[in-house]
Design a protein around this ligand. Structure first.
Ligand SMILES: N[C@@H](CCC(=O)N[C@@H](CS)C(=O)NCC(=O)O)C(=O)O
Length: 211
């Protein structure tokens, strides 16, 4: 049995989508952000970090596993489903691993920094001038990668595309990714058209980054 501890409008939407793509059975336990956007204390009872996603798995031996970090959860689910949504060949494998980690390891910290400093009056404006070009380096790189192939790892859709969805959806809704980056926009449209993506949206409730 798999349980997703799911926070509204959050990264855990990717885990629901991943489970829908894999056709695995799961339950969702819903948590609502507080007005300051932080997670409620109940999540801390599941894991000390108190962040979402958290996945709970009661495995075949009755062993209870608690998983955090979306990338690690995605890898766990790929293993669980006999490599489906994993990469096809060696070059794809290298790109797959890179983008699986790149989403949370490199893009999200810069995007988050930009969103935080842009809310700070006065000095924030100076900080935005520093951080915005840092984000643009990533967005330009991503655009150049997606201009050469359909999906992040290669010709096949993989879990790397699921990982990259949140930073790019957030960048489109909050950080000005638009038609000037046509390969990125086309990729966003491709992921949003996937039936599993739509099903995950219906099940997960509020998610304000899907358009
Ligand atoms: N790198 C972690 C980030 C987890 C994370 O920051 N989750 C956010 C949701 S988008 C959260 O729980 N925020 C509420 C809080 O920090 O109180 C992952 O990918 O799982």
């Amino acid at each position: 049995m798999l349980i997703v501890h799911h926070l509204n409008n959050s990264r855990s939407q990717r885990v629901l989508w991943m489970l829908e793509e894999l056709g695995l059975d799961y339950e969702i336990h819903f948590y609502k952000r507080r007005p300051d956007m932080s997670a409620p204390d109940e999540l801390r009872r599941i894991h000390p970090l108190g962040k979402s996603p958290i996945v709970e798995h009661l495995d075949a031996n009755g062993h209870r596993i608690i998983l955090v970090e979306t990338g690690a959860i995605c890898e766990y689910l790929v293993d669980l489903s006999a490599e489906r949504l994993g990469p096809a060949g060696r070059d794809d494998l290298l790109r797959y691993r890179q983008f699986l980690h790149y989403a949370e390891g490199s893009v999200m910290p810069v995007l988050f920094a930009l969103l935080v400093v842009s809310k700070v009056p006065l000095l924030g404006r100076l900080a935005v001038k520093k951080v915005r070009p840092m984000l643009d380096v990533h967005l330009d790189y991503i655009e150049s990668e997606l201009a050469t192939r359909q999906w992040f790892a290669g010709d096949e859709f993989t879990a790397a595309d699921i990982m990259m969805s949140f930073p790019l959806e957030a960048a489109r809704s909050r950080a000005g990714v638009d038609a000037s980056r046509p390969a990125t926009i086309a990729w966003l449209e491709r992921i949003h058209a996937r039936p599993a993506y739509r099903r995950a949206l219906e099940k997960g409730g509020a998610y304000r980054f899907a358009n």
